[in-house]
Design a protein around this ligand. Sequence first.
Ligand code: SAM
Length: 198
Amino acid sequence: MLLNRFEKALMNNPVRAAVQRHFEARRLYALGGPIRGGHALEVGCGRGVGTELVLERFGARSVDAFDLDPHMVELAGRRLARHGDRVRLWVGDAERIEAPDATYDAVFDFGIIHHVPAWPKALAEIHRVLKPGGRFYAEEVLAAFVLHPVVRRFFDHPEEDRFDHARFVAELGQAGFLLVDTRVLWGGFGWYVADRPS
Ligand SMILES: C[S@@+](CC[C@H](N)C(=O)[O-])C[C@H]1O[C@@H](n2cnc3c(N)ncnc32)[C@H](O)[C@@H]1O
């Protein structure tokens, strides 16, 4: 689901970039370390800050990235142009990832799966495009936040079948992942590192 104007403004500013860089990605790195192998995917890349982090902090050689919103992909293209052919961008949907099976060494999700109506399908797609032995790094927003009355007033999220921590972990297992490590903050935010077994 596309962001409304309010959330888009919250995402596309330097404060959000700083939180993503100094808090969210740092915590994911502490749980999962650098990527093994060099080819990564970011689902829902927004304006491309996460893709930069995947290259610079997690050590990817190349990153493919997509977003449902063509405007976000355009912003990411401008931001990431200096990386040349190390980055490939497209408009796409996490429910149907346009990549062959077993393509990536790592997949990154910086807070997008809670925007996907059929989110278990997105987890299955991420598992499909990871190589055996590949790693999924996810930072997610949980039902306690998404369904909070104040949040519902200002943000547009799908509301059917949202996930809490236990459900997200259960669906990772259902999709075939092996959980490596996880953290939860205030019951509303979760960090997950999970492997596609070799
Ligand atoms: C909360 S923003 C996060 C953006 C970026 N990852 C960040 O951390 O700044 C969620 C992003 O997911 C995108 N999105 C929503 N549904 C999507 C889907 N089904 N497939 C791919 N991207 C999606 C939105 O357009 C938006 O850019």
